[in-house]
Design a protein around this ligand. Structure first.
Ligand SMILES: C[S@@+](CC[C@H](N)C(=O)[O-])C[C@H]1O[C@@H](n2cnc3c(N)ncnc32)[C@H](O)[C@@H]1O
Length: 275
């Protein structure tokens, strides 16, 4: 197993954390707390010093008291994983109105295990993840060498950033990016040169299927490979999406199953130039 990332000596962590806190302050509409409070709860619950001594600036004096009084502490839940020798500690921001994004879902685990069993090396690959949630799949992909852009709805990005800071060593962090991407509307501002698109448990809401297809069509060029891992039994419309909708414009090959979770390798059927 590789050693856990050294965070306490991370000189850029303070800057990253400050910018994270600024972002959270700007986007508080769906938040019931502050990252200062959440971070401190994570540290005190687990005894792990996610942010080294720098957290003390936020833990001292009246400022901390007022944060505690003004923002009820969020419930943070941490879970430990290990894939391909990389220990991961994933924090889920429960109680932050993140809905399904505040969980690590089965298809995410299945995709991570698949990367492990197939010894997949993402070195040199430009990867886009859709619906990252906690970021578990995208973070592992960075640790396996990829240059990864993790995306989700705007209010989920702080959770992803938190997990990136906690799990990706500074030396690899330049290969991780976070951007808001709502399917069907935001993709046009993204580049289209991704080698690989990842999506775990993103096929579950039939009303979003047209938007998801539109986004996949935008990103999937001749040589792009999409890996989708979906629960085809317990997610509404998932089997129909993979068996009927997707095959209209994509080649889709079932490459792995684990229980009702299926991994599909997907490529574009026709190479038309839409840009
Ligand atoms: C069930 S969660 C899966 C999270 C993670 N991939 C995993 O496997 O644990 C689905 C994710 O897709 C995101 N999502 C759903 N609909 C979306 C949309 N229309 N645009 C962007 N993201 C969306 C949600 O915000 C959520 O984080």
């Amino acid at each position: 197993m590789l050693p856990a990332p050294e965070l306490a000596n991370d000189t850029s962590l303070s800057d990253l954390r400050s910018s994270m806190l600024e972002n959270v302050k700007k986007a508080t509409t769906t938040w019931s707390g502050s990252v200062e409070a959440r971070t401190d709860r994570a540290v005190s619950r687990t005894g792990r010093r996610l942010f080294g001594d720098r957290r003390e600036t936020l833990l001292t004096g009246q400022r901390m008291n007022s944060i505690e009084e003004n923002y009820p502490l969020l419930e943070l839940e941490e879970k430990d994983y290990e894939f391909s020798g990389h220990p991961l500690k994933i924090t889920m921001f429960k109680g932050a109105s993140l809905g399904v994004s505040a969980y690590v879902w089965g298809p995410g685990i299945v995709l991570c295990r698949y990367f492990e069993s197939e010894k997949i090396d993402f070195t040199g690959k430009k990867v886009l993840e859709l619906g990252s949630g906690t970021g578990i799949v995208g973070i592992l992909t960075v640790l396996l060498g990829g240059d990864v852009t993790m995306t989700d709805r705007p209010y989920v990005l702080k959770q992803i950033e938190y997990n990136i800071l906690a799990n990706i060593p500074v030396s690899s962090r330049h290969r991780s990016r976070i951007r808001a991407l709502a399917w069907g509307s935001d993709q046009n501002s993204f580049p289209t040169d991704f080698d690989i698109i990842l999506g775990s448990d993103i096929v579950y809401s039939p009303s979003q299927f047209p938007n998801l297809i539109q986004t996949l069509l935008y990103f999937c060029k001749d040589k792009t490979v999409i890996f989708l891992c979906s629960d085809v039994k317990y997610r509404e419309g998932s089997a129909e999406f993979h068996e009927e909708l997707l095959p209209v414009q994509f080649h889709s090959q079932l490459i792995h199953t684990s229980g009702s979770c299926c991994i599909y390798k997907v490529t574009r059927k026709v190479s038309d130039d839409e840009d």
